[in-house]
Design a protein around this ligand. Structure first.
Ligand code: ATP
Ligand code: MG
Length: 352
């Protein structure tokens, strides 16, 4: 079990320290941790946000725990030297095409949601977003038409193998949860979506135990705030996933609680290779103050145990410990409380 730890910038090192303490608490056989530089921290030390040594370390690992990147001191740098390039580079180099974002309302935190508490309470879903295709990566440009008007375009395209591999990730995730999958598209107007739907239906034959439903993205956006309990796992393309995952995040409240996983096709001796990180950034405004909530990173470590190491029982124990701490009133600064980073880490460890 080789785990690369990339703390990064700002609150990244503070929150990853607590997640590492949680991982170490299990004393799992053969677990080895090694640490690498990314982001602004790497730029200052090596002149590049994603040094070759760091990439090598990621390739040699079974999973990566990533803190956050972003450093105001790097603001004036050329694009390829900016800290944010580290995460984009890792995703591309490691072939991480599936982004998993769970959204769960923890008991006692209903009031933090943008939704009415009785609706917020029903949220326990996982969004599986394709990360390497769609309009972000298609042919694009700006031109001047014959009549002098400027026109911009971005081509939306998905090849069937790209849809197939993300669909398998989603079905596998659904099999480990409530066995319900909603595939989100816009098949009434988009050719891309029609192909998406066909491929999803094809793949569904491999997972008879999972109930599949197709939904148009506009309807999905509406149902997410009207009746979120109808979703367990959601699979969708890059653009729709970008929007829906942020929408789902805010339905459950604080940024300090939201974890994520990015998976590829690479299998290791233990499971699927993946990179795990909180969805929040480096939070320069509170960096170095010991006030950041480490729960999102701790929950990301739980996802790592689940998806990269097949340790479902340990993952569930971490999630239960976080939920218990929250239910018993432990509140980080992001939740209007006064528990510092280490105190929150202690609170979770005590309840493991
Ligand atoms: P970046 O450019 O790295 O994304 P950012 O400031 O744009 O940084 P975030 O880092 O996500 O975005 O922070 C947004 C706000 O949420 C900030 O006010 C930050 O202090 C707060 N915040 C983010 N993460 C946490 C956390 N784990 N605990 C407490 N507050 C947080
Ligand atoms: Mg940001």
């Amino acid at each position: 079990m080789k785990i690369a730890i990339f703390p990064g910038d700002g609150i990244g090192p503070e929150v990853t320290r607590e997640a590492v303490r949680v991982l170490q608490a299990f004393d799992l056989p053969g677990m080895v941790l090694f640490e690498g530089d990314v982001g602004g921290a790497a730029y200052h030390r090596h002149g590049h946000p994603l040094p070759a040594e760091t990439l090598e370390m990621a390739r040699a690992a079974d999973a990566v725990l990533f803190g956050a990147v972003g450093d105001p001191a790097c603001d004036g740098l050329e694009r390829h030297l900016r800290p944010e390039q580290a995460i984009l580079g890792l995703r591309a180099e490691l072939g991480l095409f599936a982004n998993l974002r769970p959204a769960t309302t923890f008991p006692g935190l209903e009031a933090m949601s943008a939704l009415r508490p009785e609706i917020a309470r029903a949220i326990d879903l996982l969004i599986v977003r394709e990360l390497n295709g769609d309009v972000y990566f298609g042919d694009k440009g700006t031109r001047t038409l014959d009549d002098g008007r400027r026109q911009g375009w971005d081509m939306m395209a998905y090849a069937e193998d790209e849809v197939r591999r993300i669909t398998h990730v989603a079905f596998r995730a659904a099999r480990g949860r409530d066995r319900r999958l909603v595939s989100v598209d816009k098949a009434n107007v988009l050719e891309t979506s029609q192909l998406w739907r066909d491929v999803v239906n094809e793949v569904a034959a491999d997972y008879p135990e999972v109930a599949l439903e197709h939904m148009y993205v506009d309807n999905a956006a509406m149902q997410l705030v009207r009746d979120p309990g109808r979703f367990d796992v959601v699979v969708t393309g890059n653009l729709f996933g970008d929007i829906l995952s942020d929408q789902a995040s805010m339905c459950v409240g604080s940024i300090g609680l939201l974890a994520s996983a990015s998976l590829g096709e690479r299998r290791t001796a233990h499971g699927t290779f993946g990179l795990y990180e909180p969805i929040h950034g480096s939070a320069p405004d509170i960096a170095g103050k010991g006030r950041a909530n480490p729960m999102a990173t701790i929950l990301s470590a739980a996802m790592m145990l689940r998806h990269s190491f097949g340790r479902e029982a340990e993952a569930v124990r971490i999630e239960a410990a976080v939920a218990k701490a929250l239910a018993e009133g432990v509140r980080g600064a992001d939740l209007g409380g006064d528990a510092g980073t280490e105190a929150v880490g202690d609170a979770v460890l005590e309840r493991l």
